[in-house]
Design a protein around this ligand. Sequence first.
Ligand code: ARG
Length: 474
Amino acid sequence: MAQLWGGRFTKETDQLVYNFNASITFDKKLYKQDIEGSIAHVKMLGRQGILSEEEAAQIVAELKKIKKEVEAGTLAISDQYEDIHSFVEAVLIERLGDVGKKLHTGRSRNDQVALDMRMYIRTEVAQTDELLKELLETILSIMKAHTETIMPGFTHLQKAQPITLAHHMGAYFEMFKRDRFRMRDIYERMNYCPLGSGALAGTTYPLDRDDTAKALGFYGPTLNSMDGVSDRDYVIEYLSALSMIMMHLSRFSEEIIIWNSNEYQFVEIDDGYSTGSSIMPQKKNPDIAELVRGKTGRVYGALMSMLTTMKGIPLAYNKDMQEDKELTFDAIDTAKGCLALFQGMLATIHFQKDQMRKSAALGFTNATDAADYLVNHGVPFRDAHGIVGQIVLYCIEKGISIDEMSLDELRAVSPVFEEDVYEAISMETCVNKRLTVGAPSKEAMERVIVVLEKELAESGFLTEEWEQKLLFTP
Ligand code: ARG
């Protein structure tokens, strides 16, 4: 047991209490942010004359060494310490003696952990954005290749109207595009530095909070020290956005699973992304898609947990907030892993174009267009709907599709039908007459693809300047 605060205690902490209270087993993940934050803090203390320049330089040099050693694996982060902050400070004091004891001047673990967590989440938000971008690139390349790949579009999982694979993929493009906007939005709101908030009421030392905020790549300091130490909104916003990403991935996974089924056979998942059965030799299972669908609950769980943790906390810092870490870290790793794996699966999937085309043709997906044909020849829509309903019933009884009916058969139901009806209800016509923005025709899709391509090329919010900030090494 090694703790920073033994002074006012007369008795050792009970071991169980100590273990319950300690966070080192999971907050060791924050070592990099912790050390970088300390370096910026100490440099500022030196510049402000709160520590001498020599003391500051000595501490900074040692902190850099500690970071290098942790990264090289020559200095193990020992679980004997209460948390990562205690560990770093204890090592420093062990090596520098009294000078090391000056590190924590004008700082509390409350603003320290608030800073560490913000820096950690900030980087993750940017990395999530990159993963989303890669997924969008994969989706876009499928869209470009399949503007003429006809498939059935569904409502209620019933065949509805013919669309194209490009069009179907485009719907997911929009979802993940919104997810990227959410990343940028979270980043913009959270990128303010809580360091200098102290325990809750700032500090009496003449800290330069602008200086540390700038040095650490923040837009500026947070403007209320109570909020600075106790705000975890950005964690909740990020978990909420990750939940949304998982929801999108889960819907997509569900479709892949259906499309990969023996009944549909719209896709074949690459061998590298499927698994077999230990008993049934014929099996090739869509396990990756199923796992992505399944892991969604885990990420939602982290969001619910965090919302609940925060809901009763009075200002300012309370130890409940230590619960912001384990499930959040797990949710981040889960969601990022799912994004990367799903992208790989999608990039290698094989689309069975013939099967999709056949499925569209066999499901009366041109019934609306048959009704529209009648409307274009003066039949009121409600009557046209009834006529085509009768035609569909007739086809079901005979086991044929509408375009397999002879003109005589069609005219027996409505004399309005002429030879040109076959052209009007072909799958190609059904798709390619839908020309409005956002509709599936090749022409409309190609116009949209140009826009999406442009958006994707421009929208990386990790510009060089951003990257510089994120790769901050003092
Ligand atoms: N381990 C704590 C956390 O994660 C660090 C802050 C502790 N501050 C305190 N006053 N006990 O929230």
